[in-house]
Write a protein that binds this ligand. Structure first.
Ligand code: CP3
Length: 356
C-alpha cells in the first residue's frame, strides 16, 4: 500500500478546487541543470542507461524535490521509450538530440509496428513508477507521461530531431492513409502505456504534444488532436486510469485551446506565447491551465524572475485551476538557485493573491 498524500495542491488545482497557494512543478525538473543529475547520469553511462534502470530513474526523479518545494514529481523517463520498444533503436549522441537506427518511412516498416508489451519491453518504466511511488512516501503526487501520437510519429518518421519534421508532414499530404495507420498504432500504444503507468501508481497523466504547433488548424485537428482525443477516451474506459486527471500540452497551439478543452481532459498546458487571461477565456472554465513562464526568464536575475512569476500569476488571477509551470522544459544553463527563487515566489505570491 502506498502512503496517503500529504500535499494535494497539484491534484486539487487540476480539479479546479481552491488551494492555499498555487502549485508549481517544472517541465524537465530532473535534468542537466542539476549537478547531482549529471553525476548520476555519469554513473549510468548514458541517458538510456539512466532511464532504463529503475533505481537510477527513481534517484533522479527525487533530486529536484530535495532542493525545491515542488508540488509534484514527474517520472524520469522519455517520450521516445515507446518507439524504442517498437524496435526503432534509440540512441542519444553526446550533446545532441535523439537518433533512431531504423526510422519508419514506408508501408513495409509501418505494417510491422505493434503495440509494445507493457510487462515486457516497457516493464522498466512501470518498475520505476512503482519504486518512485514507494520512495515518495506520499510527499507529492507522481505524474506519468507519454508523447502524443503526432509527436512520436514526428521523431519516428524523421529518425531524429528537426525544426519542421517535414518528412512526416510530406507523408500526411502524399500518403495520408499511411500516416493515419501510423498514428492509429501510436494512439493504441500511448493509451496502453498511460494505462499501465496508472496501474503502476502514477497519480496524474500528461501527454506531450511538443510538435502539434507545427500544423495548421485543419491538419492539427486531423493528425494531432483526433489521436489525443482517442487516447483520452481509452483512458476514460479504464477503471483505474479514468480516475486520474489528464493534462494535454500542445506547444505552440494557443489557437486550438477551445477545441482541446472539449476532449475530456482535466487540464491544458500552455506555452508563453499566449496570455493566461486569454487562455482562460478560450477554455471557458472547462479545464485547468498549466503554465506558462518563458523558460529563458530563468536566465535573468532573481528580481526579474520574481517580477515575471508574479505577472504570470496575475494573468491567471485569483481563480481556482492554475498549476504554475514553465511554458516548455528548463534548459541546462539555468542556475538551480534561480529555480528556488521561482518556486518560493510562486508559493508566497500565490498565497497573497488569495487573501487580496
Ligand atoms: O520533466 C522531467 O523531468 C521528466 C523527464 C523527461 C525527459 N524528457 C528527460 C530527458 C520528459 C517529460 C521528457 C519529454 C520529452 N523528451 C519531450 C517532450 C517535452 C518537450 O521537451 O517538448 C521530447 C520532445 C523528448 C525527446 C528528447 N529527449 C529530446 C529531443 C532530447 C534531447 C534534447 C535534450 O534536451 O538533450 C531528449 C533527452 C532527454 N530527455 C534529456 C532529459 C533529462 C537530456 C538527456 C541527457 O541527460 O543528456
Amino acid at each position: 500500500m502506498n502512503a496517503p498524500l500529504k500535499n494535494d495542491r497539484f491534484l486539487r488545482a487540476l480539479r479546479r478546487e481552491p488551494t492555499d497557494t498555487t502549485p508549481i512543478w517544472v517541465m524537465r525538473q530532473a535534468g542537466r541543470y542539476l549537478p547531482e543529475y549529471r553525476a548520476t547520469r555519469a554513473r549510468a553511462g548514458s541517458f538510456m542507461g539512466l532511464a532504463q534502470n529503475p533505481e537510477f530513474a527513481c534517484e533522479v526523479t527525487l533530486q529536484p524535490l530535495a532542493r525545491f518545494e515542488l508540488d509534484a514529481a514527474i517520472l524520469f523517463s522519455d517520450i521516445l521509450t515507446i518507439p524504442d520498444a517498437m524496435g526503432l533503436g534509440l540512441s542519444f549522441a553526446h550533446g545532441e538530440g535523439p537518433q533512431f537506427a531504423h526510422p519508419v518511412r514506408d508501408a513495409a516498416a509501418i505494417n510491422k509496428l505493434a503495440v509494445p508489451d507493457m510487462d515486457g519491453e516497457l516493464r522498466y518504466v512501470m518498475d520505476a513508477v512503482r519504486l518512485i511511488r514507494r520512495e515518495l512516501d506520499g510527499r507529492v503526487p507522481l505524474i506519468g507521461f507519454s508523447g502524443s501520437p503526432w509527436t512520436l510519429a514526428c521523431y519516428m518518421v524523421e529518425g531524429q530531431g528537426s525544426k519542421d519534421f517535414a518528412t512526416l508532414k510530406a507523408m500526411c499530404w502524399n500518403e495520408p492513409a499511411l500516416a493515419h495507420q501510423l498514428l492509429d498504432t501510436l494512439a493504441r500504444a500511448v493509451a496502453a502505456y498511460l494505462i499501465a503507468q496508472a496501474h503502476a501508481g502514477a497519480q496524474a497523466l500528461m501527454v506531450f504534444d511538443t510538435w502539434g504547433g507545427l500544423l495548421g488548424p485543419a491538419p492539427f485537428r486531423e493528425f494531432s488532436l483526433r489521436y489525443m482525443q482517442r487516447v483520452v477516451e481509452a483512458l476514460k474506459a479504464d477503471a483505474v486510469a479514468s480516475t486520474l486527471p489528464v493534462i494535454l500540452f500542445s506547444k505552440g497551439a494557443g489557437a486550438h485551446l477551445a477545441e482541446m478543452a472539449d476532449t475530456g481532459c482535466a487540464a491544458l498546458g500552455v506555452d508563453w506565447t499566449i496570455d493566461l487571461a486569454d487562455a482562460r477565456r478560450a477554455v471557458a472554465g472547462k479545464v485547468a491551465l498549466q503554465g506558462n513562464l518563458d523558460p529563458a526568464i530563468l536566465r535573468a536575475s532573481p528580481e526579474v524572475i520574481r517580477r515575471e512569476a508574479r505577472a504570470v500569476l496575475d494573468s491567471y488571477g485569483n481563480h481556482p485551476g492554475h498549476v504554475f509551470n514553465l511554458g516548455h522544459g528548463i534548459t541546462p544553463e539555468v542556475d538551480p538557485e534561480h529555480v528556488k527563487v521561482l518556486v518560493d515566489e510562486v508559493h508566497s505570491y500565490g498565497r497573497a493573491l488569495r487573501s487580496a
